[in-house]
Design a protein around this ligand. Structure first.
Ligand code: M6R
Length: 361
């Protein structure tokens, strides 16, 4: 039942305020400015002994993992990174007993992720799952984990699960941070930010009409560039994947800082750029990138916390805490992908060549 929406993708995008609310419910502990994650199976002593975090996933879940790694590194100060599960399992990785491995998957059935988990377990590693589907293979094979509670996602293209995965990583980062060196004040600040998310998501979705018009404006592009820096970079990657999957428009994502090392050669009016421009300590750096693109007569659509002078269009999103901004900045770009695909008459819920869960190698 699509409840009045024309596609599951549209319905699921609009379910995100409720989905995030569900991910937070019952988990916040104001007394100790932290969160409780019931199924984690990692006591404080274990959490303090973790020296590295390695996150494994595929596609959109890998992108959620990239944001998660940054959050864990920032809030818990544990060196962290994400890697596609399929790459990891084929390169005979060094499995280190002081590393906490986290497998992230909506379906919990993706074969490459499951195989990576099994290989890790065989080598004696501690593996947690960050999964949506309760009781799925990855949830069963891991030592513990977090259910992201996004509810069923039908559209092949993931939207609300991505958002809930990133929120779940924020919870984990806060939890690990508060066991280690994150201050009470910072814990409170993050909790306040988390509590603001559902209303801010509703605010973004209320701006749908502007995004629909922008999609029509950019639907003629043969190719699109997505750029962001540090926190904005995985957001750019995920937005680029979303556009490719549903509209079949070619898109690439680059760190804004890498433009001048090559891809700037592609910039011309027929190659628009979508730029993630959060109001954080990299704002001026990001503005400089917009200037470089403008100087090559590139069209720019910015997603930012305030109107960007160098951009042709800006989608203004509400500001949260710097660390949590990536949760919100991709949401208007889910709508951009949706409306672009719609303007092009694509089969939005079932893009060609793709399946909801990839249970083959
Ligand atoms: O179920 P999973 O999260 O493990 O799926 C991983 C990817 O196959 C999935 O995210 C894929 O990239 C989606 N089509 C993204 O929209």
């Amino acid at each position: 039942d699509m409840g009045g929406h024309d596609t599951y993708m549209h319905k699921e995008i609009h379910e995100q305020a409720d989905a995030v609310d569900r991910a937070l419910r019952g988990r916040i502990d104001d007394r100790f400015s932290t969160v409780h994650l019931g199924g984690l199976n990692l006591d404080a002593r274990d959490a303090r002994a973790v020296r590295r975090v390695k996150i494994l996933g595929c596609g959109t879940s890998y992108h959620a993992g990239q944001i998660g790694a940054q959050m864990i590194e920032e809030l818990a100060r544990i060196p962290s990174d994400a890697e596609p599960a399929s790459e990891f399992r084929y390169r005979n990785p060094v499995v280190d007993p002081d590393t906490l491995y986290i497998a992230v998957s909506q379906s919990g059935e993706t074969y490459d992720v499951l195989a990576a988990v099994q290989e890790l377990k065989r080598k004696g590693a501690r593996v947690l799952g960050l999964v949506n589907v309760v009781g799925s293979a990855i949830a069963r094979e891991t030592d513990g984990g977090i259910y992201v509670h996004a509810g069923p996602e039908v559209c092949v293209v993931s939207t609300k699960c991505f958002t809930n995965m990133v929120v779940s990583f924020a919870l984990l980062a806060l939890h690990l941070g508060r066991i280690r060196d994150l201050s009470v004040a910072d814990g409170k600040r993050i909790i306040e930010g988390l509590r603001k998310l559902p209303a801010q998501i509703s605010e973004i979705l209320a701006n749908e009409e502007q995004i629909e018009k922008l999609a029509e404006e950019y639907a003629d592009a043969k190719s699109m560039m997505f750029i962001g820096r540090v926190r904005g970079y995985p957001v750019a990657r995920e937005a680029s994947l979303k556009l490719k999957e549903v509209s079949y428009i070619h898109a690439e994502a680059y760190p804004a800082s890498e433009l001048k090392h090559g891809p700037l050669a592609l910039i011309e009016p027929a190659m628009p750029t979508v730029a993630i421009v959060p109001d954080d300590d990299l704002l001026e750096k990001n503005r400089a990138a917009l200037e470089e693109i403008k100087a090559r007569s590139g069209r720019i659509l910015a997603v930012a916390h305030q109107e960007q002078e160098k951009a042709d269009h800006t989608i203004v999103v509400p500001k949260n805490e710097d660390e949590l901004d990536p949760i919100l900045m991709g949401i208007p770009l889910q709508l951009l992908a949706y409306y672009t695909a719609k303007a092009m008459g694509r089969d939005i819920d079932k893009p060609r060549n793709l399946a909801k869960s990839v249970t083959v190698e």
